[in-house]
Ligand binder design. Sequence first.
Ligand SMILES: [Zn+2]
Ligand SMILES: [Zn+2]
Length: 242
Amino acid sequence: MLLHLLYATIAVVVAVQLSAFATSIYLHRALAHRGVYLHPVVALPMRLQLWLWTGINTKEWVAVHRKHHRHTDVEGDPHSPVLEGLWRILLGNVYYYTREAKNAETLKTFAPDIGNDWLDRHIFGFGLAGVILGIAIFMLILGPVWGGAAFLVQASTYIFLNAVINGANHAIGKQNFDNTATNLGFIALLTAGEGWHNNHHAYPTSARFSISRGEFDPSWPVIKMLTWMRLARPLKLAPKME
Ligand SMILES: [Zn+2]
Ligand SMILES: [Zn+2]
């Protein structure tokens, strides 16, 4: 029993963290903002990770996110705590996200360049298939009960962390720049750097999210290591503040 719990907990932490890095580095910095180039050798496992453990459709995610940048905290923002209230975004982010993701006009306007390659059309575009396969893998490794439970917990945690960024990071925390987003260092540690959201709204295309001294962006050393291995290349960088 205890051993099962330990294995399940490890599986949850690893899955959530790998999804967080794939979301931040691949979906967010590389695809949505074109701030970093990723070699397919790196991009492919990240796409696989997101497909199996989140079922996210890249075109939908990028479109909703770009629309959020275009209309931040004003009419048209898909998930604004300023417009909807913090608790509604924290608890109902999935509803707000899905509502916008199903809007064909949003996909056409904000992500015509995303989700059109062979792998998207034949494999990664089918989010439900990915999630079913992900559940099956967890069940094979951990057994049906623990595997099913672990998948549910990792999915819920991932969804909640995204809600925290869309909600809390537009409501509470510190600010380096004059925009409606905030910085939450603790959340940045859990989300591969996404918690530096005030910095990100000031410099959306920067490959590095930390800006001032003492801020740590967990994705940045990963991008730097990949760059050293010639598997990535930062395309834009925000200046550092002293
Ligand atoms: Zn934002
Ligand atoms: Zn962004």
